[in-house]
Design a protein around this ligand. Structure first.
Ligand SMILES: Nc1ncnc2c1ncn2[C@@H]1O[C@H](COP(=O)(O)OP(=O)(O)OP(=O)(O)O)[C@@H](O)[C@H]1O
Ligand SMILES: [Mg+2]
Length: 267
């Protein structure tokens, strides 16, 4: 179905439009993501993770380098890439059903086909019985399930997720991450998932890209020792997984510590 991503030598500089001050957010980022792969991105706060996702989404253009999806340069947003944000990106005046069908309506999918797709995703995210509820009647976890279904319903080749579970309490977050892992086994979409949580990245990602402190560069790309289909909540107890998770933890931790030290020296 496609969804192969190539990021080649991407550097991004933000320029303040009034003061002309610049911030180098990303520097010379290169990596490849295979179609259907689930890749997580972790790194210290402010290292450019969201920036990288926005660039791939086509919401901004990189200062240098290029991004290709299935060999075609990204020049703007497109239906081949769908995004799920940290804040609930659902429409408060539409029911669960009509939120999930929204993108399909925009695409002009006929009602019968639309209903079939919406029904499928309602089942996938376990919200049967809530079809006619409005967002204010849902818990945070349910709202984020709807946001996910809304994006998946349009079947983008690439799903870009920026801290989608960050606003949830710890237990709900663990539930949703396990659900997403299960759901992903039924999907062929490529998933790029940004998170602060090392545990989340370690569990979800087939590979994890670790970024350095700002300006974000690729520090390392590590492959999960446990295949996706064999991962579940109990994977946390697997010694090979623990070693992998700890490796990721210290990889990010050392970046944060260097950044803190540098800030201290600068005063
Ligand atoms: N619109 C903007 N204008 C200027 N600087 C920006 C802008 N957006 C982000 N930045 C800066 O670029 C850097 C990277 O920001 P970004 O939001 O991509 O980081 P992040 O890794 O997603 O951080 P977090 O983990 O806290 O979400 C930061 O130093 C930030 O201050
Ligand atoms: Mg961010």
């Amino acid at each position: 179905m496609g969804g192969q991503i190539s990021v080649r030598g991407v550097t991004h500089v933000y320029t303040n439009r009034y003061t002309r001050e610049t911030v180098l957010a990303l520097e010379d980022i290169s990596f490849e993501v295979e179609q259907g792969e689930f890749v997580c991105i972790i790194g210290p706060s402010g290292c450019g993770k969201s920036t990288l996702l926005y660039l791939i989404a086509g919401l901004m253009r990189p200062s240098m380098g290029e991004i290709l999806v299935d060999g075609r340069p990204v020049t703007g947003p497109g239906p081949d890439r769908g995004m799920v944000f940290q804040e609930f990106a659902i429409l408060p005046w539409r029911t669960v059903w009509r939120n999930i069908s929204h993108g399909l309506e925009i695409q002009g999918v006929p009602k019968e086909k639309r209903d079939e797709i919406v029904r499928h995703y309602i089942r996938l995210i376990g919200l049967e019985g809530f079809e006619n509820k409005y967002p204010y009647e849902l818990s945070g976890g349910m709202k984020q399930r709807v946001a996910l279904a809304r994006t998946l319903a349009c079947n983008p080749k690439v799903v870009l997720m920026d801290e989608p579970f960050a606003a949830l309490d710890v237990q709900t977050r663990i539930t949703l991450r396990t659900e997403l892992l299960k759901i992903s086994l039924q999907l062929s979409n490529t998933i790029l998932f940004v998170t602060h949580s090392v545990d989340e990245a370690a569990l979800l990602g087939d590979r994890v890209i670790v970024l350095t402190r700002r300006p974000g560069r690729v520090k390392e790309i590590v492959r999960n020792p446990i295949p996706r289909a064999a991962r579940d909540e109990h994977t946390m107890e697997n010694p090979a997984f623990i070693e992998y998770r700890n490796h990721l933890f210290y990889s990010v931790r050392s970046e944060v510590q260097v950044a803190e030290h540098e800030a201290l020296v600068r005063g």
